[in-house]
Design a protein around this ligand. Structure first.
Ligand SMILES: NC(=O)c1ccc[n+]([C@@H]2O[C@H](COP(=O)([O-])OP(=O)(O)OC[C@H]3O[C@@H](n4cnc5c(N)ncnc54)[C@H](OP(=O)(O)O)[C@@H]3O)[C@@H](O)[C@H]2O)c1
Length: 288
């Protein structure tokens, strides 16, 4: 049995669907299984068992890993993410899980300039000390998060950022699900660390040019200082302080560490990654 923690989210949901497409069955954990079930298509539903579990409550995790041999672990960012993931790992190991696939992030290092990535480093280190087989996925920015820019583009045709002409390795979260499903069903792929990118990196000026072309009207990129971007995100965009700080740190990371596409996805899945053009095309109505 494969347990998916974070099944209601972008990468967990994608993994659940990709596993079902391969004919594998999973146990999907959520704090709200009814909401999770309501969002599943029939094929995925037929191959999914859902169970209530809260990573903040270790007692609720005991039943989650009964009879399970693998865990796909992805967790929403937030102030308690490290504790939540360590709780899930400890419960999985105690429950007899032998392989854990974790969604991490680029620059998961002890002295990373990105606080969330320092948290991922702690979780990765804990995982490696647990004696179970460990596979780490380190995707770059999800295309799905670009939908957060849609209201600003629809209302004013503007994207705010603080990364000048630096490029970003956008990856479609559905591709992360496809990689995870391969790793969970082909034992020879386990035990490694995989960076995941799309097929082409885009700067903000390139992204806005592409959006303008697809929409048939201009979209402007407004380049701010990191402090100005933080103020914009906590003010008009309404983000909590920690999330705004995270967005600024991620953008500064792309400035100091040049991002360029990597062929790991194609090597593992056997096809090219989904493109940004296709993703934006699918969701264009949101930007109008
Ligand atoms: N966004 C990016 O561009 C990006 C790039 C690189 C890496 N990452 C990494 O990817 C991971 C997030 O992936 P994602 O976007 O798929 O996550 P997400 O959609 O934000 O959230 C995943 C799930 O976490 C679950 N969760 C939150 N608190 C929980 C708790 N106490 N107990 C059990 N489940 C809990 C939620 O499930 P329920 O509500 O159903 O319980 C939610 O569906 C992060 O760790 C992030 O650092 C993200």
């Amino acid at each position: 049995m494969i347990v998916i923690m974070g099944a209601g989210g972008a990468t967990g949901g994608a993994t659940l669907r990709s596993l079902a497409a391969l004919g594998a069955t999973s146990r999907a954990l959520s704090r709200d299984p009814a909401r999770l079930t309501a969002g599943l298509d029939d094929r995925t539903l037929a191959r999914t068992e859902t169970l209530a579990a809260d990573a903040a409550d270790p007692d609720s995790l005991r039943a989650a890993f009964r009879g399970a041999h693998q865990l796909f672990l992805t967790m929403a960012n937030g102030p308690h993410q490290v504790r939540h993931e360590l709780n899930a790992i400890d419960a999985a190991v105690a429950g007899g899980v032998q392989h854990i696939v974790k969604v991490s992030a680029p620059a998961a290092e002890a002295d990373s300039p990105v606080a969330v990535s320092r948290g991922h480093h702690l979780i990765e280190e804990h995982l490696r000390s647990c004696g179970v087989r460990t596979t780490i996925l380190r995707p770059y920015a999800f295309m799905q998060k670009l939908l957060l820019l849609a209201p600003g583009i629809a209302a004013a045709g503007v994207v705010h950022g603080a990364m000048g002409g630096a490029r970003c390795n956008y990856v479609d979260a559905r591709d992360i699900g496809d990689v995870a499903a391969e790793v969970l069903t082909r034992p020879e792929l386990g035990g490694d660390t995989y960076p995941l990118t799309g097929g082409r990196a885009y700067s903000h000026p390139e992204l806005t040019a592409l959006l303008g072309e697809l929409l048939g009207r201009p979209v402007r990129y407004l380049d701010l200082t990191p402090a100005e971007l933080h103020t914009h995100l906590t003010g008009r965009a309404g983000m909590p302080d920690w999330l705004a700080a995270h967005v600024v740190e991620i953008q500064q990371l792309a400035v100091v560490r040049e991002e360029s596409p990597d062929d790991t996805f194609t090597r593992l899945v056997g096809r090219a990654p989904r493109t940004l053009e296709a993703f934006l095309g699918e969701h264009l109505h949101r930007f109008r």
